[in-house]
Design a protein around this ligand. Structure first.
Ligand code: GDL
Length: 463
């Protein structure tokens, strides 16, 4: 059988994060966004759909197939490709032919629902194989290629135009450089994986600030195909305190010619993804004048109606100030960065020298705090609930800083004592104490905080 190599650029969304999968209503809203903005692929692979990963051999029950069929139909009605993913890597026995039968039964169930495109994911699994598999295949890459090639041919016989996407065990530059998956993993993949199969790649890192043409060309040479970008730029499942509503950025438009497509795996909380996905679509369709900040400002303007309240409307410039505080993993938006710098400089100085800077900070902080407080009035309750806990935290920090600045300004005494939260309440708890034991260093490593022994039995780092 000759296999045709896909040439259509894929653009769209991966539901592939850890945490609660999106609801039916959210997925249908996503399809509306995608068809409005021109994104063509929806990838179904939530890590916490047990039947995608932990118990991948088990078929879906009728209630589950009903929801999936609805989604497949919704995609077809809008010319959006629906890709179904299985992650068998946690416990698959590569040399057991019965495992291929399980995969075929699972994909067969999805084919019967109208799904035409499939994926096998081998991310986030142990890179050890059992001795029987090792004896038969020699390397993890060879074993995975065997399973993927077999499944790809099986799918193509039933769905001749199928896209078939494969996620390797080392799926970013850092993982490959560390030898994850065994020596020569990517080169083996390049040689042994059939040419019609697309291979996912997240860039130099799992969360890549930048993905350059050069980087992608090197990967393509090893994989012997253009990689398909699985973009975690806006994923937030690895840190419950954060979310990202900044623009799609750090990728030049020229990149599009070097890859098989871009699928974004965004924030776990669906309502927080409007600007990330809208700006991704703008990037995909942009010409040479691509400007992420401009795309962000335009997308924020379109997001503003979702912030309708039961009272006085919220202002766009306040939404932008707020969004700038939750911008991108490695970057604050301009006004968020300005606020941080303002307060950082203030605290580094003797309060006696603060002058008008203290008032300037207080004005900006009050504006942001008021915006945070007014989010409780949002008519869109799912949006409010998605924001609520992080916003509460921002508000508490702004409150704390404001009270600190007021106290120190009034007393003129830098040593005046400052009692605000009952010890052990706000920022307390075991996890917070653990976090204070190792502090981040500028190179991304962690170093022990200076320790003092608390006579009350707990050992705590200096604050
Ligand atoms: C990952 C996981 C992904 C997760 C993301 C961010 C891939 C291929 N896999 O490593 O499911 O959401 O990091 O935490 O990216």
């Amino acid at each position: 059988m000759t296999v045709h190599v896909p040439d259509r650029f894929l653009s769209g969304v991966i539901e592939g994060f850890y945490g609660p999968p999106w609801s039916r209503g959210e997925r249908l809203e996503l399809l509306e966004w995608m068809s409005r903005w021109g994104l063509d692929t929806y990838f179904y692979g939530p890590k916490d759909d047990l039947k995608c990963r932990a118990i991948w051999r088990e078929s879906y029950e009728p209630a589950e197939t009903e929801a999936l069929a609805e989604m497949i139909g919704g995609c077809q009605a809008r010319q959006i490709r629906f890709v179904h993913a299985l992650s068998p890597g946690l416990d698959i026995r590569y040399s057991d032919p019965g495992e291929l039968e399980h995969l075929q039964r699972r994909f067969g169930q999805m084919l019967a629902l109208g799904c035409q495109d499939f994926s096998l994911l081998f991310d986030d699994i142990p890179d050890q194989m059992d001795p029987a598999d090792l004896g038969r295949w020699g390397t993890l890459a060879a074993a995975q290629c065997h399973v993927a090639n077999e499944m790809f041919l099986w799918v193509r016989q039933r769905s001749p135009d199928a896209r078939f996407l494969f996620c390797p065990t080392p799926y970013c530059g850092r993982m490959a450089a560390s030898g994850l998956g065994g020596p020569g993993y990517l080169d083996n993949l390049g040689r042994e994986l059939l040419p019609g199969i697309d291979v996912f790649w997240t860039g130099p890192e799992i969360i890549s600030a930048e993905i350059t043409v050069e980087h992608v060309r090197e990967v393509a040479a090893r994989l012997r195909r253009k990689p398909l970008i699985w973009d975690n730029l806006h994923a937030n499942d690895y840190d419950g305190h954060r979310f990202y509503c900044g623009p799609y950025s750090g990728r030049a438009p020229e990149l599009r010619g070097e890859i098989a497509g871009i699928l974004s795996n965004p924030n776990t909380e669906f309502p927080l993804n409007q600007v990330p996905l809208h700006t991704l679509a703008k990037f995909v369709h942009s010409r040479r004048d691509w400007d992420p900040r401009r795309a962000y400002l335009e997308a924020m303007e379109e997001w503003l109606p979702s912030f309708a309240t039961i009272g006085v409307p919220l202002a766009l410039e306040d939404l932008i100030l707020f969004g700038d505080c939750y911008y991108l993993p490695y970057e604050d938006g301009a006004s968020g960065a300005g606020l941080y710098e303002m307060v950082r400089r203030l605290l580094a100085q003797d309060p006696a020298d603060w002058g008008p800077q203290a008032d300037e900070f207080r004005r900006l902080a009050t504006r942001l705090r008021t915006f945070c407080m007014r989010l409780t009035e949002l008519s869109n309750r799912p949006l409010f609930h998605a924001l609520h806990r992080r916003v509460w935290e921002l508000r508490e920090e702004l409150d704390l800083l404001d009270r600190y600045v007021v106290l120190k300004s009034a007393s003129g005494n830098p040593n005046a004592s400052f009692d605000f939260h009952l010890p052990g309440t706000y920022r307390g708890g075991m996890v917070a104490r653990l976090q204070r034991l190792l502090v981040p260093a500028p190179d991304g490593g962690f170093v022990p905080a200076r320790m003092t022994v608390n006579p009350g039995a707990q050992t705590q780092p200096n604050r």
